[in-house]
Design a protein around this ligand. Sequence first.
Ligand code: PEP
Ligand code: MG
Length: 322
Amino acid sequence: QKEEWAKMKNEPTKTSDGEQVELAANIGTPEDVSSVIDNGGEGIGLYRTEFLYMGKNQLPTEEEQYDAYKSVLEQMDDKPVVVRTLDIGGDKELSYLDLPKELNPFLGFRAIRFCLENEDVFRTQLRALLRASVHGNLKIMFPMIATLEEFHQAKAILLDEKEDLKKEGISVSDQIEVGIMVEIPSTAVIAKQFAKEVDFFSIGTNDLIQYTMAADRMNERVSYLYQPYHPAILNLVSTVIDAAHNENKWVGMCGEMAGDPIAIPILLGLGLDEFSMSATSILQARTQIHDLSIEKLASYKDKILSMGTAEEVVEFVKEKTE
Ligand code: PEP
Ligand code: MG
């Protein structure tokens, strides 16, 4: 089986009816890129920048960040690289920031919420990213966006830093797409409004599932409710994809679900454009996708979205893709 997958390394990711999608990888450090290339990744769909901030006792400097972003962009040549701005809080703590303990960290002061209140930290990261942008195909993504105002604020700060750099005579790419993660139900529900303003969406199912089902992704006791194939999740995903396509924007997914062999046919049928997963899942996914027909999968869309339980969905998909 591994040999069959290896043959797919330099093949385009095409379905049996000739539609192309992108298979990208999630990374945490520049060292992860070699494995993405070895596994035939067509891009980086999620660069989690938290690792630059963790495991040390102070914030990373602009220069340290610039070096890391530049390294990833250069290694990927001109392939797309989606860098997510700092998503700290929740389960990821930074000891040196000494933030107050919270009763519900996953519902608390994290990610873009932290960045918009600690503008200096945010601006340093954005400057590093903007400076690195000339070294490849950079796309910037804001995590945990719950409201349009948050997106407006974050984007305004980004544009402000861009202006400053230009005034300083430092070159910045003019092709940087700016998108958001859709991982909070409020944003999925009004994706139509967001789609007019963002350049792309990336659906973060790890969080979207926990917030939609009200089931902590770290809590074993309620893990039975953590259901990727629950029709509520699939309806949200479908809403986001339709909203984006209506505005000619693309949609990726960077949660674990994007690399799951049961989810892949469903997501193809819903029209997902980019699948971002761990590098080691890419060849298997490409092999699977080559044998699937988008036209056929899309014809199941309404039926799947009107089902009542995850179990029904899984049973149906298994039967249809056997
Ligand atoms: C997600 O929420 O799906 C995601 C990709 O982000 P993280 O797992 O880093 O929260
Ligand atoms: Mg998340």
